[in-house]
Design a protein around this ligand. Structure first.
Ligand SMILES: C[S@@+](CC[C@H](N)C(=O)[O-])C[C@H]1O[C@@H](n2cnc3c(N)ncnc32)[C@H](O)[C@@H]1O
Length: 219
């Protein structure tokens, strides 16, 4: 099975104005965004999402993941960097007998999580997962672990490997050419570790990460 796989292709395509972001970005905006507090999720677009609201976009993606990984109705699923639990909400809707869990560094996001999944979410960091070895059939982390600096990100990769008993799927900030690198550098607010896809693949191998992966690319 190819480990480089886009399971997010049904995500709505967003048009990003990279030059405007680069012009608006200041050290203060970056400092605020990196706190992953209200301003990042529900503040001004300059500082992050500009309103992080449930819109059902994960529905088709969780269906795809269930099929791709042939998950049983009772699967154990972890989302690292789960924010307000939108993806886990859609997993639970699709597979009511699954056991879902989520962690996020942001107490704001967990506090404002969807009530249906809030009891399954915890404030924690990806580099120290509060779960025993081999706890989950599928461990997912979408656009989250690149927010750690390299050494801590390596620990997060090893943690994902440790708590997964079967599958894992992560996406990280990456580029395939100079234009994508330039766009990403203009766009990025919070990421600490970004590299070209070949370097990511080398890092995954070095750290013994054997799961699947895809990229956030600033096209
Ligand atoms: C770009 S958002 C992605 C949220 C969600 N996965 C999604 O795709 O909609 C990045 C998320 O990573 C979380 N995060 C940042 N550093 C983290 C860490 N060290 N451990 C766990 N979560 C972290 C942030 O709070 C935020 O919710």
């Amino acid at each position: 099975m190819d480990r480089e796989v886009n399971l997010l292709d049904s995500h709505p395509k967003i048009t990003r104005d990279y030059d405007l972001r680069a012009k608006e970005k200041t050290p203060e905006i970056i400092r605020i965004a990196k706190q992953f507090d209200r301003d990042f999720f529900d503040g001004d677009r300059k500082c992050g999402y500009g309103g992080y609201r449930y819109d059902g976009r994960w529905k088709s993606i969780v269906k795809r993941m269930k099929e791709y990984y042939k998950l049983s109705e009772h699967a154990d699923i972890l989302d690292i960097g789960c924010a307000k639990g939108f993806m886990l909400y859609d997993f639970k809707a699709l597979m009511p007998d699954s056991r879902v869990a989520g962690i996020d560094i942001s107490s704001y996001a967990i506090e404002h999580a969807m009530p249906e999944v809030k009891p399954f979410l915890k404030v924690a960091s990806a580099e120290e997962l509060p779960f025993p070895d081999k706890s989950f059939d599928l461990v997912i982390s979408i656009n989250s672990i690149h927010n750690l600096p390299l050494e801590r990100l390596k620990r997060a990769l090893r943690e994902i490997q440790r708590v997964s008993r079967r599958h894992s799927y992560i996406t990280v900030d990456a580029w395939r050419n100079d234009r994508e690198k330039e766009n990403l550098m203009k766009w990025v607010l919070t990421a600490e570790t970004m590299m070209c896809v070949e370097d990511w693949k080398r890092l995954f191998a070095e750290e013994g990460y054997s799961g699947d992966y895809w990229w956030f690319i600033a096209e």
